[in-house]
Design a binder for this molecule. Structure first.
Ligand code: CAA
Length: 258
């Protein structure tokens, strides 16, 4: 399917989605958000795909929600259409792992989108920020909540109140990103990480994603109980039998995603 605002490709078992509105630094308008959910759902349903990479351009992952589009809306309109709620909830329903490969600006909704992915690999030119305060608003796709969980209250307050940007080194130091790589190698690195994930047993990867995300939504005791149920459930899969047998037989496992 042809998209107006995305470039979508597959590399073996990895689905690649590139945000593609270069004229607006990949600002997230309604068209892009709709197409993004559509592309992610297609990969989620495609048995050949086992991991997804979401990226932008070398200049911008995404410079935020589309300010031009938003500026024309009234309170009644954003409230009635429940702006960003469907996108947020639909994105979180994607079960396969999503790696964000972030180069350049990841601001406002762009930073929020990166944080909704399962982890972030940053190019050394990446700049993260929640500058919504400069527009007379605050983040609207989870930025005050997720950034606080990633980097702690002090830095999250600093970023949300001053609107300052965080560079890649600070983002790695603060736990916002898992690794920093040279910007010109970012996509290759992210695809190679995703290819490694794609080699893993898919049901275990889905369970790992679900269990880690649970840590943000529940108590430690409930989270551990949930993890243990998923752990037990994986003993019903062929890949568990294969993974353990392969270890004992000192051979490479052949996972089939069942
Ligand atoms: N929405 C719409 N258009 C945007 C945009 C955005 N968020 N960010 C950049 N653009 C457009 C610019 O208007 C410009 O278009 P024109 O050439 O037609 O004028 C084009 O992209 C290039 O941008 P700049 O000329 O500004 O590029 P720059 O290199 O000088 O600056 C920047 C880059 C610092 C990222 C600057 O563009 C900027 O500050 N952008 C806005 C960042 C922002 O405030 N993001 C938060 C949005 S609100 C939000 O996201 C709410 C939420 O939580 C859901």
């Amino acid at each position: 399917m042809a998209y107006e605002t995305l470039i979508v490709e597959t590399r073996d078992h990895v689905g690649l989605v590139k945000l593609n509105r270069p004229e607006a630094l990949n600002a997230l308008n309604q068209k892009l958000l709709g197409e993004l959910i559509c592309a992610l759902r297609k990969f989620d349903e495609d048995d050949a795909i086992r991991c997804i990479v979401l990226t932008g351009s070398e200049k911008a992952f995404a410079a935020g929600a589309d300010i031009k589009e938003m500026s024309e809306k009234s309170y009644v309109e954003v409230f009635r259409e429940d702006l960003f709620t469907a996108f947020h909830d639909d994105f979180l329903r994607i079960r396969k792992p999503i790696v964000a490969a972030v180069a350049g600006y990841a601001l406002g909704g762009g930073c929020e989108l990166a944080m909704m992915c399962d982890f972030i690999i940053a190019g050394d030119n990446a700049r993260f920020g929640q500058p919504e305060i400069n527009l007379g608003v605050i983040p609207g796709i989870g930025g005050t909540q997720r950034l606080t969980r990633f980097v702690g209250k002090s830095k999250a307050m600093d970023m949300n109140l001053t609107g300052r940007f965080m560079d890649a080194a600070e983002a790695e130091r603060s736990g916002l990103v898992s690794r920093v790589v040279p910007a010109d190698k970012l996509l290759d690195e992210a695809l190679s990480v995703a290819a490694k994930i794609a080699e893993k047993p898919l049901l275990a990867a889905i369970a790992a994603k679900e269990a880690v995300n649970r840590a943000y939504e529940t108590t430690l005791a409930e989270g551990v109980r949930h993890e243990r149920r998923l752990f037990h459930a994986l003993f019903a899969t062929e890949d568990q039998a294969e993974g353990m047998a392969a270890f004992l037989e000192k051979r490479a496992p052949q996972f089939r995603g069942r």
